[in-house]
Design a protein. Structure first.
Length: 571
């Protein structure tokens, strides 16, 4: 068994972990890696963005003491890492290095510059259309690559899938087995997340590849709908629904929904095997040159997947879930065949472990940094939106500003208060949602998340006050300037008020602290603008509202309620 020496020369305490470092005043160093920033935290350890001495960025996971705490556990950890290092796939953040024997055991994986699926769906909304098939196919390929190495993932879930552009990258494969120890079970440490654990695991049976198929289906359902297919609430209630197969796929339709439903069957023998899933998904996603096959929605008759994967790890033939001819570990950014073609409408993002350079030569630090910046721009860039859809979004936003302008022309004070209150509430709700999402990412969903959100709402309302005041004053100042210009040019007072209100509404979009306003509004505008029919309906509603307000001001004049009359002689 190989021994991984600890190459540090000192220690520094970080929470419950003791981290190897050179000197307390220098950057934190673990082995050959310099820690740069903290990426996240889970039940097994803390993940940091780190840089190898050759310039590569990596994800460094420092394991908690209760995961690898004694000699026996470290031996088991070393054996597992030796198996996990065989996993090589562009859809998996493969293990690059590990030290089971150091004062602080750690695992180093490829760094994936992207949000988790959980956060991606929360920010961008559910994955749809060709992108959903691409997601399902890539995730199945990643699980297949893990199975081909004789390893079960055991913890497939939205927080363990990172989105590199529109492409899912599987992380933390097989590490749950490292913590599968009776000492942890006795302390109540749950190996997995309710809603993504297969029913047979909840019954205490030994996990098989069918458990990862079940978790694949639950994760695809989350990507498509934005909610756990087994609902929310206390963990016991979610696990009970999982055992009974009581899933909710509202929001999914078509053959993929039927396949996901079949893979969520509580009976592992009734689920499609991974080989069947890949055979159906590849022509629709990762390998479109293949001939289409019927979706695997019937009860599987081949139960080879129940064979223990330990046989494969011992050197027997690869189980039926194995991926034929796994792709190489490193994909270059250009060149023929560097990346499987995506389905129509999807935007693939290539995954490369190493920065390109001439054979036998290392790039300098400046070249590596430049390459990484270029890579991040491409990998994290949002999907390209067509000119027509962008135009529809702009029309909807302009019409919304016109409605505000018409409201100011009809009732300036009432409209100003209503707009300011709306901005305050939307920004405060955004702060509340961000705080809740960050907390769920760190420690997973809890049954009391909703009550906790309600209790913390007053604090976030207070937090949002300063930013709202700055944004409203900014837009009001530009609106007043537009009104002054209209008055100087001799415009009608009603038209002047309309212009001032419209300019103020437009100024809310790019103003200081407007991100908390833009993101929630974009979630409303984007789905409406996605289809011409929806955009036409939305434009009609806004135009009707603007017309009604305009008619009100034309017939009854401007209402300065609650004031007695117009200021500055505008009446």
């Amino acid at each position: 068994m190989p021994h991984y020496p600890n190459r540090g020369v000192g220690t520094l305490s970080v929470g419950t972990l003791v981290v190897v470092t050179t000197q307390p005043s220098e950057p934190l160093v673990v082995g050959d890696y310099t820690v740069q920033t903290r990426l996240g935290e889970g039940g097994m350890g803390i993940v940091h963005l780190a840089r190898h001495h050759d310039g590569r960025r990596v994800a460094l996971k420092l394991l908690r003491p209760h995961v690898v705490g004694d000699e026996e556990a470290r031996h088991r950890f070393a054996r597992e890492i030796r198996s996990l290092e065989r996993v090589r796939s562009p859809w998996v953040a493969e293990i690059l290095d590990a030290d089971p024997w150091g004062e602080v055991p750690y695992v180093v994986t490829r760094y994936v510059p992207g949000l988790s699926l959980h956060d991606h769906v929360g920010k961008e909304g559910p994955v749809e259309g060709p992108d959903l098939l691409w997601f399902a196919g890539c995730l199945a390929e990643g699980i297949g690559a893990v199975h081909a190495a004789g390893v079960l993932h055991r913890d497939v879930k939205p927080s363990n899938v990172l989105m590199e552009g529109r492409t899912p990258i599987l992380i933390d494969f097989g590490l749950a087995r490292v913590a599968d120890d009776s000492r942890l079970t006795q302390t109540g440490w749950l190996l997995g997340t309710p809603g993504y654990l297969a029913p047979e695991i909840l019954h205490g049976d030994t996990p098989t590849p069918a458990a990862d198929v079940h978790a694949w289906a639950a994760t695809v359902a989350w990507a498509a709908t934005g909610h756990n297919p087994f609902g929310r609430g206390p963990s016991m209630a979610v696990m009970d629904r999982t055992r009974r197969g009581d899933h909710d796929l509202t929001g999914m339709s078509g053959p993929l929904a039927d396949v996901v439903a079949a893979a969520l069957d509580p009976d592992p023998l009734a689920r499609p095997i991974l080989r069947e899933l890949l055979a159906w998904l590849r022509p629709l996603s990762t390998q479109p040159e293949r001939a289409p096959v019927p979706p695997p929605v019937d009860t599987a008759t081949d139960d080879d997947f129940t064979l223990p994967l330990a046989i494969a790890a011992a050197g027997s033939p690869v189980p039926p879930t194995a991926v034929e001819d796994p792709p190489p570990r490193t994909r270059v950014l250009s060149g023929p065949g560097a990346w499987p073609p995506p389905p129509p409408g999807a935007r693939p993002v290539p995954t490369s472990v190493e920065p390109p350079g001439e054979s036998g030569r290392e790039l300098g630090a400046d070249a590596v940094a430049e390459w990484e910046r270029d890579w991040d721009e491409r990998a994290l860039a949002p999907a390209r939106i067509g000119v027509a859809e962008r135009a529809r979004r702009a029309v909807l936003l302009v019409l919304a500003a016109v409605v505000v302008g018409a409201g100011v022309a009809a009732a300036p004070y009432v409209t100003a208060v209503a707009v300011a209150a709306t901005v305050w509430l939307v920004r405060s709700a955004s702060l509340t949602a961000s705080a809740a999402m960050e907390l769920r990412t760190l420690r997973g969903p809890k049954w009391y998340d909703a009550p906790r959100g309600l209790l913390t709402t007053p604090w976030h309302l207070l937090r949002g006050t300063v930013g709202t005041a700055a944004l409203v004053l900014w837009s009001a100042g530009l609106g007043v300037a537009a009104g002054v210009v209209g008055a100087v040019l001799g415009f009608d007072p009603t038209l002047t008020l309309f212009a001032a209100g419209t300019v103020a509404a437009v100024a809310l979009w790019p103003g200081p602290g407007a991100l908390r306003l833009r993101n929630p509004l974009s979630r409303v505008v984007r789905p409406v603008a996605r289809r011409p029919v929806g955009c036409a309906i939305g434009c009609g509603v806004l135009a009707l509202a603007a017309g009604a307000l305009g008619a009100l001001s034309a017939v009854g004049g401007t209402s300065w309620f609650p004031a007695a009359g117009a200021p500055f002689g505008l009446g």
